[in-house]
Design a protein around this ligand. Structure first.
Ligand SMILES: [Zn+2]
Length: 460
């Protein structure tokens, strides 16, 4: 199918995309409370002729599909914001409302771009009389990492899906062939015996001692885990006066690593350390693994197809005003980071990355993030790519990203992403050899023991 025709159809949806992106940006809602965003996208998709479906346990999620039969192509959109990142669309740090949430990760663009792509694919299915189903997934709670899509996979909402595609706003345009870390969240609750710390310390068994000894033990473990593992912890223990032996204390851990299998191994060792700390202090420990999300499973054939579409699609033209804003915003970022990113992405002196990065450029980019989309990639063949919406050097979860996400500069990156999503979907619908290669690679590389690591409240 002529790709220019696809770009033209998506191009006609530019006002729809911009209106959706701007509405979500102006009404930022945290993960788990995306009431307005979900209502907006449900109505948008229903008005466009899609049938709506429910997502159990994911209150502000939904599916919207059009067409019938195979293949079923999923296009994933997100829309949650981040705490404390309220920001005006300007090049100085200035919140709309101090301390309020803001779209510092660009999920307003991600939702709007993906929805526009799904509507375009519907129009193409109709115009070309093609067989197949396009299904938009409204995916809330992404910033919570271990919830939204992990629960959707748990409830088998991807079981009839053949291919899933999504994207993320960034400062660069490139394929991410497996680029994300697995992540697990676990809590350790220690219970001891309270006593007067002055009058009868020998009667007390301190839960806080157990937390401290556990953390010391884990810090010794760091030398004996793989280099790429990250172990973070916090504690909200204490609060009692020091003359009372603390009977309750807990610590909260995140473990990240390139593969979920690495994490499972590290988690088992951390559990032993917690039990050791309990033994040393004569306290009890209750361990609660809250959940986790997998890394993105590589699929080279899928990445090749997306690369082809990233290169084929014309890059956005920016106005002088947009480029001036991009330069001003970039000037607020640490020059060392801008220089590092310019060197990696080959964009020296240009605030916006001009062309799509070469096929394996993602390997050179620093990789420290996790996404709940990883679990989708373990359930069905999936690809997630990055589209440049921010000046080179601007990172996600910053006020600079939040500022850009409310402007036409970033909306142009979302429109480009929508074109690439729609063109990729059309290839999957019409190029059987390419589709087969992606499916074959997934079947050969998928983990037969994969199970979503999700623990729902009613199952505890
Ligand atoms: Zn994000």
């Amino acid at each position: 199918m002529d790709k220019n025709k696809i770009y033209e159809i998506v191009g006609r949806l530019q006002p729809t995309l911009e209106a959706a992106s701007r509405y979500i940006w102006e009404n930022p809602e945290l993960g788990g409370s995306e009431e307005k965003a979900a209502a907006y996208f449900r109505k948008l998709m229903q008005d466009a002729g899609f049938r709506l479906g429910e997502t159990p346990d994911v209150e502000h999620g939904f599916t919207a599909e059009f067409g019938s039969g195979k293949p079923v192509i999923a296009i994933l959109g997100e829309y949650d914001a981040l705490p404390g990142l309220s920001q005006k669309p300007c090049a100085v740090k200035e919140p709309v409302s101090e301390g309020a949430p803001g779209h510092g990760c660009g999920h307003n663009l991600l939702g709007a771009g993906s929805a526009a792509a799904a509507i375009a694919v519907k129009e193409i299915l109709e115009a070309e009389g093609l067989a197949g189903t396009v299904r938009f997934y409204g995916c809330p709670e992404e910033e919570l990492l271990i919830r939204g899509k992990v629960k959707m996979v748990y409830h088998k909402l991807f079981d009839d899906v053949d291919f899933a595609i999504t994207w993320h706003p960034m400062c660069q345009t490139l394929v991410w062939d497996g680029a994300a870390l697995a992540n697990v969240s676990a809590r350790f609750y220690f219970t001891g015996i309270s006593a007067h710390a002055g009058a009868a310390p020998e009667k007390g068994r301190s839960a806080l001692d157990a937390v401290e000894l556990m953390n010391v033990g884990v810090n010794y473990l760091r030398e004996h885990v793989i280099d790429k593992a990250r172990i973070h912890y916090t504690t909200n223990s204490g609060g009692l006066p020091p003359n009372i032996v603390p009977p309750n204390a807990d610590s909260w851990y995140f473990i990240r690593a390139p593969h979920m299998s690495d994490i499972r191994a590290i988690l088992e060792r951390i559990k032993k350390i917690a039990q050791g700390a309990a033994l040393m202090t004569e306290t009890d420990v209750k361990i609660e693994v809250e959940g986790g999300c997998c890394e993105i499973l590589r699929n080279h054939a899928f990445a090749d197809l997306v690369q082809e579409n990233l290169e084929a699609c014309p890059r956005p033209d920016y106005t002088d005003e947009e480029l001036k804003f991009a330069r001003e915003l970039q000037a607020t970022v640490d020059p060392a980071i801008v220089a590092r990113d310019e060197a990696i992405f080959g964009s020296v002196g240009e605030p916006m990355m001009k062309s799509a990065g070469e096929r394996d450029l993602y390997l050179k980019a620093p990789l420290t993030a996790s996404t709940d989309g990883g679990d989708v990639s373990f359930a069905v063949p999936m690809h997630m790519f990055a589209s440049a919406c921010w000046p080179i050097g601007v990172a996600p979860h910053t006020w600079q990203a939040a500022a850009a996400n409310g402007t036409t500069l970033a909306e142009k990156g979302a429109l480009y992403a929508a074109k690439v999503l729609a063109a990729t979907a059309c290839d999957l619908l019409t190029r059987q050899d390419v589709a087969n290669a992606i499916t074959r690679e997934f079947e050969e590389s998928k983990d037969p023991d994969y199970a979503p690591m999700v623990y729902l409240d009613y199952e505890k």
